[in-house]
Design a protein around this ligand. Structure first.
Ligand code: FNR
Length: 187
């Protein structure tokens, strides 16, 4: 009965705050979601010439992982007021070929964390726009914009455990569960 949720982290660094946010989602969704982490760090740079020869193995694996899931959650940092290039690259691979775009008519949710106050507002706006272009069904809310994230890392566990953020994540988990289930009924 658990939903299988594919999760992409837009940051590639080991100590990523966004990865910690994703790990907090995993802990908070125990028993409801089976989270499948989908890596984007081995994908080649998108190039239509490469695409002509068929999907490279890493791309094929990436797409298969996304296709099997009930929904996708993307947690991203903000780089220069947008999403990181690596994430956009992954989404461009997922969008091809157009008639078989991975995200077409699938439910997606976005979230993000940054040390700045705006908590990835601009990156999320751009990410939503890209997902809509790919004909994904992006949940409009509840929104998760975690600002000043460096201040809420527990010094003992090195995890995000502050009650306000966890309650925000619970809203996201509840909301996206209902969104995915509503979507499945319509199919
Ligand atoms: C940033 N950072 C950043 N933060 C922000 O809130 N708005 C922004 O536009 C940017 N721009 C930006 C560009 C580049 C190239 C880097 C490397 C960083 C800071 C960013 O939020 C911070 O490094 C986070 O810690 C990155 O997320 P992870 O890796 O901790 O998940």
């Amino acid at each position: 009965d658990m939903l299988e949720i594919a999760a992409i982290c837009g940051s590639l660094r080991k100590d990523s705050f966004n990865k910690k946010l994703l790990e907090a989602v995993e802990r908070e969704s125990k028993g409801k979601w089976k989270i499948k982490f989908v890596e984007i760090n081995r994908l080649p740079l998108f190039n239509e010439d490469i695409e002509k020869g068929g999907d490279p193995e890493e791309v094929a694996i990436f797409k298969e992982k996304l296709k099997g899931a009930d929904g996708t959650l993307i947690i991203t940092p903000e780089y220069n007021s947008g999403m990181p290039g690596g994430l956009k690259n992954a989404l461009d691979w997922a969008s091809r070929p157009v008639q078989d775009s991975v995200f077409k008519n699938t439910p997606a949710a976005v979230a993000g964390a940054s040390p700045g106050r705006a908590g990835t507002a601009l990156a999320q706006m751009q990410l939503r726009q890209t997902l809509v272009a790919m004909e994904a069904n992006v949940m409009s809310g509840p929104k998760v914009l975690v600002g000043e994230v460096h201040k809420i890392i527990d010094s003992e566990t090195n995890q995000i455990t502050d009650p306000r953020t966890l309650s925000n994540l619970q809203s996201l988990i509840h909301g996206f569960t209902a969104f995915v289930e509503m979507y499945q009924k319509e199919q």
